[in-house]
Design a protein around this ligand. Structure first.
Ligand code: PLP
Length: 367
């Protein structure tokens, strides 16, 4: 590297581990020369986007020469109704990834500390490291957040605790009772971020949403997305829900036109598409039951999931399983990046994708 780059760049950037995205279908087509590929690697909706969202986006194409509404007025109104909150508690972002980054840019000074589970979604560590924060990773206990250990990890410098609920990559949740106890013990000036990217898929009656703590705890921040159940990952839109003064603070550093027009229009229409939402939940619940049964028959242990993916033990080197699946046109995520070298994370697909995944896995594992 050129000497001056090392000297002039902010030192924090050299501490970053690059993000490993799910392999895009086109890349696999180019590299392997196979056409028939299924991606079960990024927890996208196998039903595709809401048809109402697609329609709304098409109808808006003629106005993309105009800057979008920086305040997302109509979408915010619609979301506030939908969630039963005030519009001043909402902030929209270019995916929830952007909101996670804006949060640390708003709150983190170098040497501040953030706490998250391990393994969990990599964006918490990524964004906090950019800002020079110290990261405390608290190991999961039985694949779940170890809330007592996370509480014990809180120190003088702690500023943000991230709770990924359901957790990516394990699909596990915190129960209401666990969360109640946790929230009562967290110092009032430590921010608690609930990342609820998958909450729409949760079936357990024990689940509690971060929204339920908002009125009592002004240090709660909820992050959600249109990328998963709403099927709009390519549009890039997510939202944050928090105390109006937190929203105000984060807004100060937000780019004026951070959410594009098509994303705003698509998200608004998707919120009204109850049928798409219902169908997405149903296909996921059914696919989960099918995959559980197949994995059980193969004698493979899995982590029961409240999300749209399953984390399971192949009993073999996950890189080998990944490569073999890939060469047969099935893209998944390996567990080694999460510290589980024999695990795979697979997105629950449609019945055809699920069956093909299982058949291919059986072929590879010779079960
Ligand atoms: C997919 C995912 C997101 C969504 O990110 P976007 O930027 O909104 O696409 C957020 N959190 C977790 C845990 C995720 O898995």
């Amino acid at each position: 590297m050129q000497d001056f780059i090392k000297r002039q760049a902010r030192p924090q950037i050299f501490n970053l581990k690059p993000y490993t995205p799910g392999k895009p279908v086109d890349e696999v087509k180019r590299e392997l020369g196979i056409e028939d590929i299924i991606k079960m690697a990024s927890n996208e909706n196998p039903l595709g986007p809401s048809p109402l969202a697609v329609q709304a986006v098409k109808e808006s194409l003629d106005s993309i020469h105009v800057y979008p509404d920086g305040n997302c007025f109509y979408l915010k109104q619609r979301l506030a109704d939908f969630l039963g909150v005030q519009t001043n508690q909402l902030l929209l972002g270019n995916g929830s990834d952007e909101l996670l980054k804006l949060l640390v840019e708003t709150f983190i000074n170098p040497e501040d500390e953030v706490i998250f589970a391990s393994p969990t979604f990599s964006e918490y560590e990524f964004t906090a490291t950019i800002m020079g924060a110290k990261c405390k990773a608290v190991p999961l206990l039985n694949f779940k957040h170890d809330l007592p250990a996370m509480l014990a990890a809180i120190g003088e410098q702690s500023k943000i605790i991230y709770l990924c609920n359901p957790n990516n990559p394990t699909g596990t949740i915190m129960t209401r009772a666990e969360m109640d106890g946790f929230m009562a013990r967290v110092p009032k000036d430590v921010l608690v971020v609930f990342d609820e990217a998958y909450f729409e898929y949760v079936e357990s009656p024990d689940f509690v949403q971060g929204v339920d703590y908002l009125s009592e705890y002004p240090n709660v921040i909820v992050s959600r997305t249109f990328s998963k159940i709403y099927g709009l990952a390519g549009l890039r839109i997510g939202y944050m829900l928090a105390h109006p003064e937190i929203v105000d603070a984060v807004k100060r550093i937000t780019e004026p036109f951070n959410v594009n027009h098509l994303a705003q229009v698509g998200a608004r229409a998707a919120l009204d598409d109850h049928q798409h939402l219902r169908a997405s939940r149903k296909i996921n619940a059914e696919g989960k039951v099918y995959l559980y049964r197949q994995l059980e028959e193969m004698g493979l242990k899995y982590v029961p999931s409240e999300a749209n993916f399953i984390f399971f033990d192949t009993g073999k080197d996950c890189q080998m399983v990944f490569r073999e699946l890939l060469s047969r046109g099935v893209i998944v995520r390996t567990g080694d990046i999460f510290g589980y070298p024999t695990y795979i994370r697979v997105t629950i697909g449609n019945p055809e994708q699920n069956e093909r995944f299982i058949k291919t896995l059986q072929e590879i594992l010779k079960i």
